[in-house]
Design a protein around this ligand. Structure first.
Ligand SMILES: C[S@@+](CC[C@H](N)C(=O)[O-])C[C@H]1O[C@@H](n2cnc3c(N)ncnc32)[C@H](O)[C@@H]1O
Length: 248
């Protein structure tokens, strides 16, 4: 999941990548952003991709700094948001060592810290800290490891979507999956993707000088996980974690 991966995905972004903005059932992320927004503040959208969040941010803040590692995504975001005048676009690699980051009053980073590489994530989290000025608020959304495990347990117990799942893995594949899982990495569409535990997030953010105000579930429908979810399957719904934190 390096820059090449995101550049390759860019032309088919809408069909390949899960849309958090559209699928956030209760609008919990929008409410949290609105809660800390102000027409006098600047906001950074870290990993903005094709700009799904930009119109909403632009309506709530003085200026939006939309950043992404992928030049193609930024180009598409620019086209999608051509009618908005207060957006600055910047290509930034959050896992890069020479990033020129100017802190904003507020920042969001929604499902962008997904790399399975620990060294890249370490730098990414350090960069996140640089994106928010002291006293500013930060909203981080990431895939939940608890939710991914819960989904797999249900799938095994009730053979959900059985025909779509491989019956057997080779010993090599099993060892590989276990090694990935030990780091919280789970394969999605063949790509190892980092998933996070609630306690892990609390620690990661605290270590980067954020005070975590709350960590909440962003809930989705079961159809986002299963093609044919059983009719009886209700709460708890699958979720991502949303952390609201203040830079110290
Ligand atoms: C799953 S998309 C999420 C997009 C958007 N935040 C949303 O919710 O619609 C992840 C985005 O993070 C970007 N990204 C991944 N690694 C990055 C990095 N090291 N620095 C900056 N952006 C990165 C990718 O290019 C991609 O556009």
């Amino acid at each position: 999941m390096d820059r090449n991966y995101w550049e390759r995905i860019a032309p088919n972004y809408n069909s390949e990548i899960f849309d958090v903005f559209k699928n956030d059932k209760s609008g919990i992320i929008r409410s949290a952003i609105a809660e800390y927004s102000s027409p006098s503040k600047t906001v950074m959208d870290i990993g903005c991709a094709v700009g799904k969040w930009i119109p909403f941010l632009s309506a709530h803040f003085k200026q939006v700094v939309a950043t992404d590692i992928s030049a193609k995504n930024i180009e598409q975001a620019r086209k999608n948001c051509k009618d908005l005048s207060t957006i600055e676009y910047r290509r930034i690699d959050m896992s890069g060592t020479k990033t020129d980051i100017r802190p904003c009053d507020f920042a969001i980073c929604i499902n962008a810290v997904l790399t399975p590489s620990l060294p890249k994530r370490i730098v990414f989290f350090k960069s996140l800290s640089k994106c928010v000025r002291k006293g500013g608020t930060f909203i981080l959304v990431v895939p939940s490891l608890e939710s991914a495990m819960y989904t797999r347990i249900l799938q095994n117990r009730w053979d959900i979507d059985k025909s779509l799942h491989k019956a057997k893995y080779s010993p090599k594949q099993t060892v590989n999956s276990l090694r990935l899982l030990e780091q919280g990495n789970i394969e999605i569409d063949g790509f190892a993707t980092k998933h996070y535990l609630e306690e892990e997030l609390q620690l990661l953010l605290t270590r980067e000088k954020f005070k975590v105000l709350r960590i909440q579930k962003v809930e989705y429908r079961w159809t986002t996980e299963f093609v044919r979810p059983p009719k009886w399957l209700k709460e708890p719904y699958p979720w991502d974690w949303m952390c609201v934190a203040v830079k110290q």
